[in-house]
Design a protein around this ligand. Sequence first.
Ligand code: ZN
Ligand code: ZN
Length: 130
Amino acid sequence: MYCKNCGEAMNDNQAICLKCGVKVGDGNGFCANCGNALAPNADVCLNCGVAVKKVGANGDYLNGQDKIVIALICFFLGSIGIHNFILGETKKGIVKIVLSFCFGISVILMLIDFVKILTDKYVVDPNKAF
Ligand SMILES: [Zn+2]
Ligand SMILES: [Zn+2]
C-alpha cells in the first residue's frame, strides 16, 4: 500500500502516512496500489491499471455509496431529495422537498441528478442548495 497523498510506501496496518501525516486513503495524487503519480482526473492508474476512486468536493465520490443504488434511489425517490439526504447534502434535499410541491421542477432536478450519477459527473457538495 502507498500513501495517496505523497506516494510513500506504507504497511497495510498503518493508519496515517509517517512521511506526510495524512490519513490512509486521503489525497488523490498517487496510486494506493503501486505508488505511481496520477494525473489529476485519472480514472485508472496508468502504471498498474487499478481503478482510482474519484474524489468529489467533500473528498469522497458519491460519499462512498454505490452508484447504481444511488441512481435507483434518485430515480424513484429523487424528486423529494432522498438521494441528496443519503449523500449528506441536506440543503439540496430540503430544496427538493419544497420544490416537490411544484411537482414539475423537482422532477426536472431529479432527472438532471439521475443522468449525472449515471455518467459519473455527479459531485457531492453539501454546501450547495442545487
Ligand atoms: Zn504521505
Ligand atoms: Zn497503480
